[in-house]
Design a protein around this ligand. Structure first.
Ligand SMILES: NC(=O)c1ccc[n+]([C@@H]2O[C@H](COP(=O)([O-])OP(=O)(O)OC[C@H]3O[C@@H](n4cnc5c(N)ncnc54)[C@H](O)[C@@H]3O)[C@@H](O)[C@H]2O)c1
Length: 326
């Protein structure tokens, strides 16, 4: 007989939540853990890697100055995290679960079923997946109704966006609960009504990346030129106005209507030019070498510090501009 306890037990009151479980604490799960700690929650974590506990503590230490600058919740404590060697132990007492294990479908299917088996009834379980649908991932879970996608952006402790979407078997109440919960945490939430591979933002990012890889493969542009074409070009407009509003303004007084009517026919060729590039060893090496060259001796840790400082500055500036316009 199917156990219906989880589906009949309501999710915890978000205002009363104190403890969150993070399953998988690499780049994204560790970033989530840092964010939850900064918002004043206690975090219980599980990760099979023997290095996970040390790695996550370093990640939290590196993120804490940025989080402090943005403002910590009362009582926020970077040490309020425990890393467990047993999944059931990590989930004991957790009132929300964020899964951030590697992007391997069979692993996610097994892991989400295991989490579902051990998490308390009613607790909502969110996956950080970058592209799998919950319909694909929930196949082995006994209570798929409480499984949702909560897709963050790197680093989850600074980028506000989270895309929330359920699978075919997810209870719409779990999707609504997760969206309200992330909003309560201070996130900018997009709740999607239907599953789309890659959700919204990754589809857009990957379309750009696909074109960039083709240009490197064809010798049409270098890695550095591609990055600068965005950072010194359209990227400067995007923090405030997304790609649609950007083109609305590009149409002059006639706006998007003029843009589409005027440029639409000539865009047919770039819109339809390319399929996925073949990721040959040569292309892979050209892109990796180009990034090393562009980094110019700066380590990934150096670049993280620069990136975090820049994101905070840009977020502050956009907030000021929006407040001035309100
Ligand atoms: N990196 C990004 O920019 C990004 C952005 C958004 C979402 N995501 C998604 O977040 C998830 C994690 O990605 P990441 O970049 O943090 O990867 P990562 O490799 O940095 O971290 C994965 C962690 O999972 C652990 N792990 C391995 N097997 C596990 C298992 N069976 N159960 C639990 N944990 C396990 C690993 O030890 C590691 O610590 C993926 O689903 C990815 O698609 C990544």
């Amino acid at each position: 007989m199917t156990d219906t306890t989880a589906s009949t037990t309501p999710a915890p009151d978000p205002a009363a939540i104190t403890t969150i479980a993070c399953v998988g604490i690499g780049t994204i799960g560790g970033g989530w853990a840092a964010y939850f700690l900064a918002r004043g929650y206690r975090v219980k974590a599980w990760d099979p890697s023997p290095h996970a506990a040390n790695r996550v503590r370093s990640l939290i230490d590196a993120a804490w100055p940025a989080l402090t600058e943005l403002g910590l919740a009362e009582g926020a404590d970077p040490r309020a995290i425990s890393v467990h060697t047993d999944l059931a132990e990590a989930l004991d007492g957790a009132e929300f679960v964020q899964e951030s294990a590697p992007e391997v479908l069979e692993m996610k299917q097994r892991l989400l079923a295991d989490i579902d088996r051990h998490a308390a009834p009613g607790v909502v379980i969110a996956s950080s997946t970058s592209g799998y649908s919950m319909t694909e991932m929930a196949t082995e879970a006994v209570h798929p109704e409480r499984l949702v996608v909560g897709h963050p952006f790197n680093p989850p402790y600074l980028i506000p966006l989270v895309e929330v979407v359920g699978g075919e078997a997810t209870d719409p109440a779990a999707v609504a609960w997760a969206s309200a919960w992330y909003e309560r945490l201070g996130k900018s939430v997009i709740t999607m009504d239907r599953e789309v591979p890659g959700f919204i933002a990754n589809r857009l990012q990957e379309a750009l990346w696909r074109e960039a890889l083709h240009m490197v493969a064809n010798g049409e542009a270098t890695v550095e030129q591609i990055d600068r074409s965005i950072t010194d070009g359209p990227g400067l407009r995007w923090p405030l106005q997304g790609p649609m509003l950007t083109f609305h303004l590009a149409g002059g007084p006639g706006g998007m209507a003029h843009m589409l009517d005027h440029f639409g026919p000539s865009l047919r060729s770039p819109w339809t030019r390319l399929d996925a590039p073949e990721l040959t060893q040569e292309l892979r090496d050209a892109v990796v070498d180009g990034c090393d060259e562009e980094a110019d001796g700066r380590t990934v840790a150096d670049l993280v510090v620069e990136r975090d400082r820049a994101i905070i500055a840009v977020r502050r500036l956009v907030e000021q501009i929006r407040e001035g316009a309100a």
